[in-house]
Design a protein around this ligand. Structure first.
Ligand SMILES: Cc1cc2nc3c(=O)[nH]c(=O)nc-3n(C[C@H](O)[C@H](O)[C@H](O)COP(=O)(O)OP(=O)(O)OC[C@H]3O[C@@H](n4cnc5c(N)ncnc54)[C@H](O)[C@@H]3O)c2cc1C
Length: 414
């Protein structure tokens, strides 16, 4: 048994209280997996201020009209209701790891025997003056609201086209999203017949293109460079954005990039409820965990997904985060749920070091793309396969449809 941890009320007949904060890839998976393992023995409460699940990987299609909100969202309450899981549609404001209680914005308290924190990132636009859609000058596709605003801006751009700047800011970690947006923008420009009139620049904190925050995956550097050369995209690695004004992005080192449209993935930080709760997070707001996805200091707390602290594999000139993909987030959540079941009902605990997590990633390029499969995304991979071509685009569409249909009915297939 983990030191300092007791089985929750082994002799009482009370149901085990499991609270999950956050209901996206990691939180939803954790809740369903705990339910699958413990059934009626657990009273599960899920807390999230969003009332709908969004299939975030498809947000890159929204600005170009490929998807609308209803295509890639579903309501959470009915799905949880059918499973007997309580859904509390508000934000957690504070997590008291000593008192084992979550406080929410509606003034309620939610005591727990085991807690899963799956709150994802806070999008830290404020770190770069002029960045982001909230009063700034760049677009984002990190949320449905942002993607819809990015679509309005794209339609305005098509009326008066000019240079495009796409990328990931320093401290960001979601490189796949900016590469996918870039390639889909190029595809949309080709369809509009203006690709040869629009200069496209990609800026990234990565030390080299195709690094992805991982030091590269297989021959990703050569593949990405080949794609950029073919499409005539200028790539700037080691980029650090100082400030953005209307139509101009200022990089550290003095270069200014003019643009008529820009989409930049912002720096990621931990959410306020985690950062401001005593002893939960590191200074950046991410949660340190053990190989059981258990909090390093509070053994009743587990964490999964983007809110987990993962140190970069290698030092980089410009701060470059480590990506935590949907696949990885769900895998972490399943391990956490398995260990919660083992804590509460007995059985083997499951230990998977972060370095041993695998990943399957589909990078869509509008009508082509890349499928990347690796056995160890953060460690020393022994088996990595990359396949480029139009099948990647169709694979992403198929994956989206099967995933949404399964999760909408509370199923964890895939
Ligand atoms: C544009 C884009 C494209 C992507 N494409 C891919 C892809 O193709 N493949 C892939 O594998 N991954 C992709 N990713 C990454 C993937 O989306 C993430 O890995 C995944 O969303 C992480 O899930 P999560 O549950 O950890 O966090 P999130 O999805 O960020 O969810 C966090 C949840 O916590 C909730 N929350 C936040 N604060 C609180 C609070 N105080 N109280 C309660 N709830 C709270 C939020 O409302 C949200 O529902 C993409 C990401 C982006 C942005």
């Amino acid at each position: 048994m983990t030191p300092g941890l007791e089985h929750a009320h082994p002799s009482s007949n009370r149901r085990h209280r499991v609270v999950v904060v956050g209901s996206s890839f990691a939180g939803l998976t954790a809740a369903l997996e705990v339910h699958r393992r413990l059934g009626d023995a657990a009273e599960i409460t899920v807390i999230d201020p969003r009332d709908r699940f969004t299939f975030i990987p498809s947000l890159i299609w929204v600005p170009f009209g490929g998807r609308q909100a209803d295509d890639i969202q579903f309501e959470l309450a009915p799905m949880y209701g059918k499973k007997g899981i309580r859904f509390v549609n508000t934000a957690a404001t504070q997590i008291d790891g000593t008192g084992r209680v979550v406080h929410t914005a509606d003034g309620q308290e939610h005591p727990y025997d085991r807690l899963v924190i799956a709150t994802g990132p806070r999008l830290a636009f404020e770190r770069i003056p002029g960045l982001g859609p909230h009063g700034g000058h760049t677009q984002s596709v990190c949320t449905m609201e942002h993607a819809v605003a990015a679509k309005v801006a794209w339609e305005r751009f098509l009326e008066r086209p000019g240079p495009i700047v796409v990328g990931t800011a320093q401290g960001g970690s979601c490189f796949g999203a900016s590469y996918e947006f870039l390639l889909n923008a190029q595809h949309a420009l080709r369809k509009a017949g203006i690709a040869d009139k629009v200069p496209v620049t990609f800026v990234s904190s990565e030390p080299f293109l195709g690094h992805f925050g991982l030091g590269g995956v297989g021959d990703s550097e050569q593949r990405v460079q080949g794609m950029f050369d073919k499409l005539g995209i200028r790539g700037i690695a080691n980029a650090s954005i100082d400030a953005v004004e209307d139509g101009a992005m200022h990089l550290a080192g003095g270069e200014t990039l003019e643009f008529a449209y820009s989409m930049i993935v912002p720096p990621f930080a931990g959410v306020a409820a985690v950062m401001e709760s005593e002893g939960l997070a590191n200074p950046a707001g991410f949660i340190p965990i053990t190989d059981e996805y258990r909090h390093a200091a509070f053994p009743e707390i587990f964490a999964a997904g983007v809110d987990v602290a993962i140190a970069p594999k290698t030092a980089t000139l410009v701060p470059t985060g480590v990506p935590k993909t949907g696949y990885m987030s769900e895998h972490m959540a399943k391990i956490a749920a398995e260990n919660i079941a083992a804590d509460l009902q007995g059985g083997e605990h499951h230990r998977v070091p972060l370095d041993d997590l695998g990943a399957v990633c589909i990078l869509d390029g509008g009508d082509t793309g890349m499928i990347i499969k690796t056995d160890k995304v953060l460690g020393d991979a022994e088996h990595t396969h990359i396949m480029s071509g139009p099948q990647a685009h169709w694979a992403k569409i198929a994956f989206e449809k099967v995933f949404i249909s399964a999760r909408k009915h509370g199923r964890l297939v895939l």
